[in-house]
Design a binder for this molecule. Structure first.
Ligand code: ZN
Ligand code: ZN
Length: 420
């Protein structure tokens, strides 16, 4: 086991006094606080080299931190070690007789897996193990919802301006959730979804490969692993797709609908498929204006009409048994989400209504959205529904978490990544 110090947790009773020491006397930088409602604690991180100090402040008298301080006074609470394989680390500790608080890893912040080792085994120190999960980033993940098999694919990574991705949210807040690069861009994935039921459907198709190098440089595109690889890994050939369904026609969703053949002609990528697009979105995409023009590239969808494989739908309706579309508007007037229902369970492909897990907060809405107040209304209604019905939610642009459940405790919402 190779372990790296991630952070040291310090229980504080008087936060202002603690900050007076750590921030002003020691001169350390304090990041924006993070609430952890399940632990009734507010965490303040102070980076120190490759590691951090974490000041832990109780937000309720029955918080574990409050009890700890009552019993032992403020001070060192835990240390967190980052490991490559947390399950292997736990097995090794157990085999050597260590007492574990968590026998199995559980989801921590930002999609990490964590587990605690009891202080009695660690000579008086509570030890947290943490595995940062990045291995699933580009993998194919499979989920079952009733009679459907849902396969989340991957069409590479790209980068968009972090400010534009979070609208009115200040950088001090979003940068903790989605760290920006030197050009202020954040990392995003493209994750189209296969729905295998009575027919085989593909929802969205990522960026595709018709774009030039300049375009790739602007958006920091990395498609070294892309839709072709992940379709093959999923065991689905382009000829197997019966229906291609568009959430909307922006280039990061519809780019893969077409390809350029050896003669330079642009053709539908899925030779047997009917392509289903909402009529209003088709009208908008074929008549762009100054504000949305950069998002629409005609070669991604006009060739579908020319090839006679385009089907326009006018309103919310069933696309195949168990699969229906619902207009959300907001991001663009006719943006739609997809609901997949079977055996009493529901999954939702929400596309740009909630592009990443960092967009959980209701006002965390993209600056790109044409009608942000419509996004707000649609998102609030959706979040309530997702919590109540335990919906499996797909995050099309999340760099690490393809799907998860939205849970609510004490009025605070969080996302629990789904196990595939
Ligand atoms: Zn979009
Ligand atoms: Zn998008």
């Amino acid at each position: 086991m190779r372990a790296v110090l991630d952070h040291v947790g310090i229980a504080v009773k008087d936060l202002q006094a603690a900050l007076a020491f750590y921030r002003y006397a020691l001169g350390l930088e304090v990041e924006a606080p993070e609430d952890v409602p399940s632990q009734k604690v507010r965490a303040h991180f102070l980076p120190v080299g490759q590691s951090s100090l974490e000041l832990l402040e109780a937000t309720s008298p029955d918080s574990a931190i409050a009890k700890y301080i009552d019993k032992r006074g403020p001070g060192l609470h835990h240390i967190t070690l980052r490991v490559d394989d947390i399950s292997a680390a736990l097995a090794q500790l157990k085999a050597r007789g260590a007492r574990l608080v968590d026998e199995q890893p559980r989801p921590g912040a930002e999609g990490a897996l964590v587990a605690f080792v009891h202080p009695s085994s660690a000579h008086g120190v509570l030890v947290e193990l943490k595995q940062v999960v990045v291995t699933s980033r580009s993998s194919v993940t499979r989920y079952r919802v009733g009679d459907f098999e849902l396969i989340s694919l991957f069409d590479g990574l790209f980068r968009l301006d972090g400010g534009a991705m979070f609208g009115v949210v200040p950088k001090a807040l979003w940068a903790r959730q989605a760290p920006p690069d030197e050009r202020n861009r954040i990392l995003m994935a493209m994750r189209p979804l296969i729905v295998k039921g009575s027919r085989t459907m593909l929802i969205d198709a990522g960026l595709g490969d018709k774009d030039d190098r300049k375009f790739h440089a602007i958006y920091g595109v990395d498609r070294s692993r892309n839709l072709d690889h992940t379709l093959a890994e999923a065991g689905v050939a382009p000829e197997d797709i019966d229906i291609v369904l568009a959430s909307h026609l922006h280039f990061d969703h519809a780019g893969g609908f077409t390809f350029r053949d050896a003669s330079g002609r642009v053709k539908p990528k899925f030779p047997r498929a009917q392509y289903i697009v909402r009529r209003g979105e088709w009208e908008d995409a074929t008549h762009p204006h100054e504000r949305n023009r950069a998002s629409y590239i005609a070669d991604n969808y006009v060739p579908l009409a020319d090839a006679g494989v385009l089907q326009l739908v006018d309103d919310d309706q069933t696309i195949m048994p168990g699969v229906r579309v619902r207009r959300t508007g907001g991001h663009c007037m006719h943006h739609q989400m997809v609901l997949i229902e079977s055996g009493g369970r529901t999954a939702a492909f929400v596309a740009d209504l909630m592009p990443t897990t960092a967009h959980l907060g209701a006002p965390w809405i993209m600056g790109y959205d044409l009608y942000p107040m419509d996004t707000l209304a649609a998102k609030k209604a959706f979040l309530t529904e997702a919590v109540e019905t335990n919906m499996l939610v797909f995050f099309e642009h999340d760099p690490a978490v393809p799907a998860g459940y939205i849970r609510e405790e004490h009025g605070k919402r969080r996302i629990v990544p789904a196990q595939s």
